[in-house]
Design a protein around this ligand. Sequence first.
Ligand code: ACO
Length: 312
Amino acid sequence: MKNVGVLGIGSYVPERVFTNFDFEKIMDTSDEWITEMTGIRERRYADDDTDTSDLAFYAAEEAMRNAGVTRDEIDLLLVATSSGDHRFPSVAAMLQERLELKHIAAMDQLAACTGFIYSMVTAQQFIQTGAASKVLVVGAEKLTKLTDFSDRSSAMLFGDGAAAVVMGEVAEGYGIKSFELGSNGSGGQHLYEDKENGYLRMNGREVFKFAVRQMGESSVNVVEKAGLQSDDVDRLIPHQANIRIMEAARKRMNLPVEKMSHTIDKYGNTSAASIGLSIHHDIKNGLIHDGDNLVLVGFGGGLTWGAICMTW
Ligand code: ACO
């Protein structure tokens, strides 16, 4: 079996910062409530002229540069998003053109906030079968398009951003060691796009309960499937949805707080971008090193969930 891992990573967040204090000006809320209940202090918002494919493009360019691959080498392009510019063409097809890639297969994948994990696993499968050798995986979201700024129970959670990885064959001992993917459509009613107005609707309590249980369970499962113990895990990269959900997963894995990636305070919930953004943030800050064992874990609308155990 080929070892499949990440050859290079990139990410992008818009410059505009929207703080909890900015929310205080537009709705009945407080910095204290948002920080305490979610762990979010600020998030980034793209301007009106910037759409999901623009965020995706900047992240993808950087990932390709950092991987040292040319545009001719990419032979599959997957974009995880719930906020594509259009229903079609896909963000992936738009990127194929803008990155001047060959006329390769390109598609969007929708598993909400679990999308990045779903796409990384899809890439791994293509590479292991030999159907592809270098796959560009992007998670990109302009969630402000789906945000109802009159709904104080959800508006403060979301931010815009993108992350990308180039995946390919890596040396023995590196790469993805195990994964888990799942879905349960009976929970779809708790987190969905409202057909009337295109806004995201959420039953926060139900999503919270599901996430707390599932994030811990999936993390433990992939570590076990990889033949590792929780002591062997160097870093947990949870989907950044709510600090209390992330903390529950960390505690279930018996990991100290310094081993968990934490970017929610700066970026909020960027859905399919959040896990890649956090990995890139940690690399830039010297918190992920060559050979580290990582657990990536996420959950999202669907309901969906997924986790990966990999050696970086
Ligand atoms: N500011 C101040 N008070 C607020 C706010 C706010 N922004 N929002 C709600 N409240 C109040 C409510 O009115 C309520 O007051 P009451 O007790 O007087 O009625 C109280 O706070 C509790 O409200 P709940 O909505 O029940 O609060 P909850 O404890 O559920 O926390 C939260 C809300 C933070 C949204 C939480 O449910 C949560 O994080 N859920 C998970 C969300 C999530 O991660 N979603 C993932 C979506 S990602 C994707 O797939 C795109």
